[in-house]
Design a protein around this ligand. Structure first.
Ligand code: ZN
Ligand code: ZN
Length: 251
């Protein structure tokens, strides 16, 4: 994103907050898995449309669920996102900019009235990628909010708007974001659990904790705690190092 000195949305916020906002908008993103998107054709009020069944994956727990959306639902959602850009004195602008910059199929990209299988699958791939990026950003924002003790109504509204669109299940919405140092080793990789300034740790309902990357791989194969074998693939808390800087809250 290019920042001009005159119109920069950053001019209202401090240098420190600017750095952190930039960081939030440039989170390292993992490529979207090339998963199959099911599509179904329907006719409503004489008009045909395609319903996309998209898989949403939590980047922390690897848990996934499906959401059924029309292309039009995405258009409306992106309009909602755009509305947040007008609040240019907040940290949210780069977040919204980033989401809106994710490649998105144009409305009249192709003629959908013909049942063009190739075009529908291309559109499905873009929508799938959009959902992936959105879920990544939602998780980053949740963590960011708690790390910086943010209670900005607008930030929370944007966050809630994203969760609603993604239909994030309740158990994931209840996941706590914490800032702390933990003792002990991660039994999956046997490395120290939390090195200050590096890495993140998740806590399972049984109370055992592991690196996010380690448990992510583990949950691909099984849904038990690697330590006590309690049956769960639910994460109750995500910890980030206490040494991360804080940002003063602004409205
Ligand atoms: Zn580990
Ligand atoms: Zn356990």
């Amino acid at each position: 994103m290019k920042l001009s000195s005159v119109d920069s949305p950053w001019r209202f916020i401090s240098k420190k907050a600017r750095i952190d906002a930039f960081h939030l908008s440039h989170i390292p993103s993992t490529p979207c898995p090339n998963q199959v998107v099911h599509t179904s054709r329907y006719i409503h009020a004489g008009k045909a449309f395609t319903l996309y069944t998209l898989l949403v994956t939590c980047p922390i727990t690897n848990q996934h669920w499906t959401t059924h959306k029309r292309y039009h639902d995405f258009v409306v959602f992106r309009q909602q996102l755009s509305a947040f850009k007008s609040f240019s004195n907040t940290i949210m602008v780069p977040v919204v900019e980033k989401l809106l910059s994710v490649q998105f199929p144009k409305k009249h990209w192709f003629n959908l009235t013909k049942n063009n299988t190739k075009s529908v699958s291309e559109r499905a791939a873009h929508l799938n990628n959009f959902v992936w990026k959105l879920m990544e950003m939602r998780t980053e924002m949740g963590l960011y909010r708690h790390l910086h003790h943010l209670e900005w109504p607008l930030f929370n509204r944007l966050y809630a708007c994203m969760e609603a669109f993604l239909e994030v299940p309740l158990f994931l919405r209840e996941m706590q974001f914490c800032q702390d140092d933990l003792d002990g080793d991660c039994v999956i990789c046997t490395n120290p659990q939390l090195v200050p300034g590096v890495g993140r740790v998740v806590e399972l309902p049984c109370g055992h904790s592991f690196h996010t990357e380690c448990i992510f791989d583990w949950f691909r194969r099984q849904t038990t705690c690697p330590l006590c074998r309690a049956n769960t693939n639910r994460v109750i808390a995500l910890y980030s190092p206490a040494s991360l800087p804080k940002v003063a809250a602004r409205s």
